[in-house]
Design a protein around this ligand. Sequence first.
Ligand code: UT7
Length: 322
Amino acid sequence: MRMKIVGTGSALPKRIVTNDELSQIVDTSDEWIRERTGIVQRRIATQETTTSMAVEAARKALEDAKVDPEQIDLVIVSTFTPDRSLPNTACAVQGAVGCRHAAAFEMNAACSGFLFALNTVYAYFSLGVYKTALIIGAETISKMIDWTDRSSCVLFGDGAGAAVVQMDNESENPYIFVQHADGEKGNVLTCDCHRKANMWSETSDQRETLWMDGQEVFRFAVRKVPECIGEVLEKANLSAKEVDWFFLHQANKRIIQSVAKRLNVEESKFPVNVDHYGNTSAASIPILLDEWKKTGRIKEGDRAILSGFGAGLTWGAALIDF
Ligand code: UT7
């Protein structure tokens, strides 16, 4: 049994923030950011929210798939930057787009979130519980950023991407995935919850921001991403050369280049849009899929590997056919 992505959509804030603009806020330069990350600009939410972008991306994906919202059985939103704790973002999307018959929940696996949501949907499909799902990665990371920390504030952007996924019993190609976590190494990339002290607290109110040991995360990514892609290829009995596309989480162009080199695959098979949008965490893979699909670069029958990696630590890969 395999699963098919039948429609995609994305939503991005209007406001573009260039590297030059950031160099007026912190001690950085366009040259440093481009060379070390490949990022040229990012979108930053001014009026947009995680929910508003998730809803817009979801509507576009449903339209692209020509699927009626009432056909959707399950809505999952992956995010680490929801607007509210309650109700969860997936319920907000379900209500706004009219997926009246769908169950809805939010999940957080940071930058691996979209991939883990896809894997979760596959598990439901395999059990025969659901047939059609809407999954969304949506983030407003800008609200968690320490805008005085040059080592992290230049890296991230806001946005949302969505996919409508359906069970496809006709194909013999299976959906194959691996997913991993290592909580013991979680301290290299953190973002605490807002804490309001109660009247008995021995601490005061705290609002923590995102913090990252960039070098450690970089080392983790360049080792674990090729490794988990290798696991998927082995399970599928395929070589890397037999795969048409590698849609990796967009964190840093150098990570993508290193993975291509380690797999001995030409870089042209690794779509890149981190230059335009920065790192949008759970939204990066679906935004990229939408861009490649809408520009006609993905052809019917193409075979792709998706790979997400990030905070947790979490990482994984999946093989899917279009
Ligand atoms: O989505 C989750 C996954 N996240 C990632 O995958 C991110 C992984 N990490 C990275 O992409 C890279 O480690 C960074 C882009 C974050 C940093 O690149 P790097 O080549 O590892 O730089 P570095 O941390 O080794 O810093 C080199 C120098 C330092 O100065 P000194 O100590 O050599 O004088 C930094 O202070 O660059 C300095 N630096 C900057 N300089 C100008 C750090 N940030 C900046 C900056 N502008 N924005």
